[in-house]
Design a protein around this ligand. Structure first.
Ligand code: NDP
Length: 445
């Protein structure tokens, strides 16, 4: 048995039943086979067994009261996975599906993603099974305050710096920042995704979506193509989906879908800037369902369906994990899709990933394609510690530079290991080597 298979067995036994976590680990370890063969020092130091075990796992009770005065109990988590490159960094997810397996897969992927950004950030992830949908602002505030009352003792500007993810946007970051400041009596950059008035960075809200489009732009460039005239499908209708559409439209592409957990809208005429502004109000202010788009703009509503049956050149999964299964991937390929750039984390199932890689389409895996969000969080941290702020153009140009360098690093690693164009392998290897070498330098910790 090879070292990677051996290590995977250890991880499988220790984390039995954690399907998403094991899926993420298997993909990375499979990619690393040729690297650990070439570098026996990683096996001697048991790097694979160490990198798959979080440095610290925190789980806590979050009690709060709803507007009727009834007591509610949720579970809070923070997985501080790896600090070889810098303070733990990664989002908080509030969604009823949140559990240990989902947060561990996200925290594990975050290690390699953060490494790819070239910024000094370790990997972590956290969240709660709290569902912000249908809650009033005051209920969300009471929950966030209770959540931060416990989390604050574990995080800090030089220790662990959380950000947003599904269900955690500007509103939630604001409530949590306020509570941290009140309890610790310090105004520091302990969270990213803050509003502009109190330490946020320009372009942070846009960064994940823009970044995933910049990554796709780089992939297209390898074939001498641009977004001009391309039809694109997008899933989700939250933060990442919204800014993905904004950037694609700006670059000459046409976006024809959006979705939420209720279903998908298909607008063959394209979601232009005016329609997108309407969606932003629907989702960020009125907090409504995407079905209303179909009613308002006379588009088709595909109840309970995902967008992958719609013909397109490029697909941007921007909702959640495993939202493209093998059949969806087949449908995409049969309908002519040849670019997939993952705004979401691990949106493609292993069968879908294999199909995309086998067919040699331009496939940008999440840990590379959606790294623009955390990269710009890193830029927010830099601005906070220097007590200054960069202009929109400065941040956007740094983001573009980072996405290009992630693309090039992944492409170069894939070339080096004899799999040109395989961004999955390339991103896993390029992200891993830097962390593994840093772990070797820092001794047995
Ligand atoms: P939001 O909460 O803003 O939006 C999430 C969107 O995805 C909503 O439209 C939501 O629909 C939909 N969605 C969530 N869960 C499901 C599900 N189980 N089935 C169907 N639809 C679902 O989150 P973000 O846009 O921030 O995050 C989207 C993805 O991007 C996630 O995978 C996240 O991890 C990833 N990501 C986000 C980053 C960021 O900076 N925000 C950074 C890097 C990656 P509904 O409202 O019905 O639940």
């Amino acid at each position: 048995m090879s070292y990677t298979q051996d290590a995977f067995e250890v991880v499988s036994k220790r984390n039995a039943g954690e399907q998403e976590f094991l899926q993420a680990v298997k993909e990375v370890l499979d990619s690393l086979e040729p690297v650990v063969e070439k570098h026996p020092e990683y096996q001697e130091a048991r790097i694979l067994e160490r990198i798959t075990e979080p440095e610290r796992q925190i789980m806590f009770r979050v009690p709060w009261q709803n507007d009727k005065g009834e007591v509610q109990i949720n579970r809070g988590f923070r997985f501080e996975f790896n600090s070889a490159l810098g303070p733990y960094k990664g989002g908080l997810r509030f969604h009823p599906s949140v559990n240990q397996s989902i947060l561990k897969f996200l925290g594990f992927e975050q290690i390699f993603k953060n490494s790819l950004t070239t910024l000094p950030m370790g990997g972590g992830k956290g969240g709660s099974d709290f569902d912000p949908k249908g809650k009033s602002d005051t209920e969300v505030m009471r929950f966030c305050q209770s959540f931060m009352t416990e989390l604050q003792r574990h995080i800090g500007a030089n220790t662990d710096v959380p950000a947003g993810d599904i269900g955690v946007g500007g509103r939630e970051i604001g409530y949590m920042f306020g509570q941290y400041k009140r309890l610790r009596n310090e105004f520091v950059g302990v969270l990213t995704g803050k509003a502009l008035n109190w330490g946020g960075s320009l372009i942070r809200p846009e960064a994940t979506g823009y970044g995933s489009v910049y990554f796709a732009e780089q992939m297209l460039k390898t074939r001498g193509e641009t977004f001009e005239g391309k039809t694109c499908t997008i899933s989700g209708s939250g933060n990442v989906a919204q800014y993905t559409i904004e950037k694609i439209t700006e670059l000459g592409g046409t976006c024809v879908s959006l979705s939420d957990s209720g279903g998908t809208i298909h607008d063959a005429d394209g979601i232009d800037a005016e329609k997108l502004a309407w969606v932003m109000d629907l989702k960020n202010v009125r907090r409504g369902r995407i079905k209303e788009y179909a009613d308002n703009f006379k588009a088709t509503y595909l109840e309970g369906q995902r967008p992958w049956g719609i013909a397109c050149d490029c697909a941007f999964p921007s909702a959640t994990q495993n939202e493209i299964d093998g059949d969806d991937a087949k449908a995409l390929l049969e309908n002519g899709c040849y670019v997939v750039s993952e705004g979401a984390n691990m949106p493609s199932s292993p069968e879908a990933v294999d199909l995309f890689v086998d067919k040699k389409i331009l496939y940008g895996p999440g840990k590379a394609a959606n790294a623009g969000g955390v990269a710009t969080s890193g830029l927010e941290m830099s601005q906070n510690s220097m007590m200054m702020s960069w202009t929109r153009e400065e941040v956007d140009s740094k983001l573009q530079g980072i996405m290009t360098s992630i693309h090039d690093a992944a492409a170069a690693a894939a070339d080096e290991y004899g799999q040109p164009g395989n961004y999955v392998m390339g991103a896993n290897i390029a992200g891993f080597v830097k962390v593994a070498d840093s772990m070797l330098d820092q001794g047995l910790v």
